[in-house]
Design a protein around this ligand. Structure first.
Ligand code: NTF
Length: 771
């Protein structure tokens, strides 16, 4: 309340982060750390006979996101507070978040995530903060009281959005920003007419319909299905949020002319891109502005972050659906487009092909609204999430736009919060860092972990470093045994890949390595190997057949490997079920090796790569996303690099990629794939994995086979290095010491300085001290 009051009275410029997803994870441990009262809470608990760790285990996590994009939003909210930047996070209060994953007979099964079952102690319902949101209907022209011709929207149905606020605490600061999530409900006076005519059921049904809008998170990671409910969700939260911002502005600053000076709105991918059209509608239709003025404000308000180049993930909506649901917004999109394309024509005389490519409407076939183009045109800044990605954004996806407006394009490399992913997840490592550096300031200024470097040769530190890793591996082994019955040896190399399942991330490349190790051991050629635990975690989109088949393959290979006494002293395979924020916190501290093996050019940034590295895992990775910058930061000699570059991959695709030739010419690769087809891993079923193996041999869209040999060679180097324990330890220490740049605090400071132009606003604690 103190923060809100100060922001209000000081008219502080405020960031509004618009995101359809927030993958928050449990709040309690993070809030205790940020308040500096973890030990106090533990002691008080003991006095009361309560075990803090047991309490932390109990907490449900709000899984209101799919993967990297949603978790990034959560890290950014925490860093915004830590960096004293006035901010509001806007989103949807999904009643059911990302599904819980169970593994049955090796297959993923989805269970609903009923996270609100026992209530949510962190949220504050705000019944007075409610807005109505319309859908459908028609638009009409009329003359206002000054005789001007205006447009208005008569929606066919109206629902309400009610605010639920969660305070997001910063580390060691009195500042608390708001995460404001909207819940959909029927308007209080729902369909009275139906009531009066006796259609009680119909009226109640409409009521239920309204509430479905914030019911469930769409579980798709990258690809987008054009679902009507999804468009309704997007418009719902965007409309509530824009109305709320206007209300706040009118209540505090005053006239809407200065709206863009008070607020900057960051679009987290295209999911909230409708906000551009909605702010235009509110300014034009509800606040009687003219087009030029409304557009000037709108365009100065928004900035847009792109998170993927995968063509199937780029959102488009069919014009007919858009028109049926949002007729007024379609008119506005058309008018934005008309003016924009005139500008393009003027700049590039006679280049109609360019006009086609840049249009907000895709023509030819079913006409569709291109949300990415709307986001670029409606924003004053556009950014990618890692240097390579931002370069590709300019060179490929938005090439035409970068030629028109080069100054609009930026890079801000992602980061993650060290509070959650080091201090909360890995208290032992944190204590060791604090003891070695002699201060805790690295927690707020992660660059200062660099002070570890001075001690890298210290045998005592190396010894303690290994003990910390060893203890985390022991913890994970125990948990894994409880959860899955798979026994892991803490002495073995923990080789971990944890992220959403997607072909471009190439979990199956790692599976081919397991099969290769298996065959080598069976053939008595284990001399180059080290004992390894191959660990996987991650969910597949429920409708993504190939991703689910890869999960099944991992578990099938695991069943054979783990039950074969000839090999299971060497290798084990474990699938950690239900990879979420909480389980991630168990995994990162225990990893020796972090697998970041996507086909170069496909992973926009990756953030798991940073979380593993911060916890002392070494990375085996391609030159993709933020791997490139992590490798530069930690030093090429402390990173296991393999595979084609993005450019090489593209080149090879264009000159005709023939995976079957690689398959035929590499005897080991052929025997690994043939072993899958033999039925060894499927109780004699030779067809089960055919869709996967056939796809690899005949199409291989993500060039697994092209990188197979380089990957195996690199894994050999990994094993050799692991055998040199002091060397591995030094590399691990240096990974942590040089990871400072990948704190989300740094990312937020870059957004603040280069994109948002906001300055920190310190909150003086009112009632007392903040630790
Ligand atoms: C993801 N994008 C990217 O795939 C990751 O590489 C990146 O680290 C995160 O965003 C955060 O920037 C998406 O999830 C989406 F939805 F855009 F495809």
């Amino acid at each position: 309340m103190e923060s809100a009051q100060v922001f209000k009275t000081s008219h502080a410029r405020t960031v509004c982060y618009l995101s359809a997803e927030y993958l928050l994870g449990p709040h309690l441990a993070g809030n205790l750390v940020n308040l500096g009262i973890t030990e106090t809470a533990r002691e008080v608990g003991e006095e009361l006979g309560l075990d803090l760790d047991a309490i932390l285990e109990e907490e449900e996590e709000p899984g209101l996101g799919n993967g990297g994009l949603g978790r990034l939003a959560a890290c950014f909210m925490e860093s915004l507070s830590t960096c004293h930047i006035p901010a509001i996070g806007y989103g949807i209060r999904y009643e059911f978040g990302i599904f819980d994953q169970a593994i049955e007979d090796g297959w993923q099964v989805e269970r609903t995530d009923n996270w609100l079952r026992n209530g949510n102690p962190w949220e504050i319902p705000r019944p007075k903060i409610r807005f109505s949101v319309g859908y459908g209907g028609y638009t009409e022209s009329y003359r206002d009281d000054k005789g001007r011709s205006r447009q208005r929207w008569q929606p066919a149905s109206v629902i309400n959005g009610m605010a639920y606020d969660t305070p997001i605490l910063g580390y060691g600061t009195a500042n608390a920003n708001l995460l404001r999530l909207w819940k959909a409900e029927a308007p209080a006076s729902f369909d009275f007419q139906a009531f009066n005519t006796g259609d009680y059921y119909g009226a109640v049904y409409a009521n239920i319909q309204a509430e479905t809008i914030s019911k469930v998170l769409y579980p798709n990671d990258e690809p987008e299905a054009g679902k009507e409910l999804r468009l309704k969700q997007q418009y719902f939260f965007v409309s509530c949020s824009m109305q709320d911002m206007i209300r706040l502005h009118l209540n505090t600053v005053g006239p809407l002319e200065t709206f863009a000076d008070k607020f900057v709105a960051q679009l987290n991918d295209t999911h909230p891109a409708l906000a551009v059209a909605e702010l235009m509608r509110l300014l034009l239709d509800e606040h009687a502005m003219n087009w030029e003025q409304a557009w000037d404000i709108t365009h100065r308000t928004f900035c847009y972050t792109n998170h993927t180049l995968l063509p199937e993930a780029l959102e488009t909506w069919s014009v007919s659906l858009f028109e049926r649901l949002l007729p007024r917004h379609l008119e506005i999109v058309y008018e934005i487009n008309r003016r924009f394309l005139d500008e393009v024509r003027m700049r590039f005389l006679g280049d109609e092909a360019r006009v086609w490519r840049m249009s907000l409407i895709a023509e030819g076939g079913e006409r569709r609204v291109r949300m990415a183009n709307l986001a670029v045109v409606g924003s004053r800044a556009v950014n990618g999430v890692a240097e390579l990605h931002s370069a590709l954004v300019k060179a490929t996806l938005f090439k035409d736009f970068a030629e028109l407006w080069p100054e609009r394009f930026h890079n801000v490399t992602n980061g993650v919060t060290p509070r959650r992913f080091m201090v909360v997840a890995n208290p032992r490592l944190s204590r060791l860092i604090t003891a070695t550096c002699g201060h805790e300031d690295w927690i707020r200024d992660l660059e200062r972990v660099r002070e570890l470097e001075a001690h890298v040769e210290d045998a005592g530190l190396q010894e303690e470093w290994r003990a910390v890793k060893r203890a985390a591996k022991q913890d994970l082994a125990e948990w894994m045994n409880q959860a899955t019955g798979v026994r892991l040896d803490p002495e073995s190399l923990f080789d971990v890949q944890a992220k959403r399942f997607h072909e471009y991330k190439r979990q199956h490349l790692k599976v081919l390595h397991i099969i290769r190790c298996y065959q080598r051991i069976k053939q008595g050629q284990s001399q180059d190997l080290v004992p390894r635990a191959f660990i996987f975690g991650g969910k597949a989109a429920p409708g993504y057949f190939m991703a689910k088949l890869i999960i099944k393959l991992i578990n099938a290979v695991g069943e054979v490997v783990n039950n074969d006494p000839q090999v299971n002293g060497w290798i084990r395979v474990a699938f950690l079920p239900d990879f979420n924020v909480k389980n991630g916190q168990r995994l990162y501290p225990a990893a020796d090796l972090s697998e970041q093996i996507s086909l170069a050019g496909k992973e926009a940034s990756g953030t798991g790569n940073m979380k593993f590295s911060m916890n002392g895992a070494l990375t085996i990775g391609t030159l993709d996303g933020a791997n490139v910058e992590i490798r530069e930061a930690v030093g090429a000699e402390n990173f296991f690099l393999f595979g084609m570059t993005a450019e090489e991959a593209l080149q090879r695709q264009m000159t005709g990629y023939r995976p079957w030739e690689i398959y035929r010419n590499d005897a080991e690769l052929k025997s690994d794939i043939d072993l899958i087809n033999s039925g060894l891993f499927s109780h004699g079923d030779t067809q089960l994995f055919r869709p996967l193996t056939d796809n690899l041999v005949n199409h291989d869209p993500f060039m697994v086979l092209a990188d197979y040999r380089a990957y195996l060679d690199c894994q050999k180097t990994v094993s050799e290095t692991y055998k040199d324990t002091p060397r591995w330890t030094r590399m691990s220490i240096l990974n942590v010491a040089r990871i400072g740049r990948f704190s989300s605090d740094r990312a937020i400071r870059e957004y603040a300085a280069h994109i948002w132009k906001v300055t920190p606003k310190l909150i003086e604690p009112a009632g007392g001290d903040v630790a």
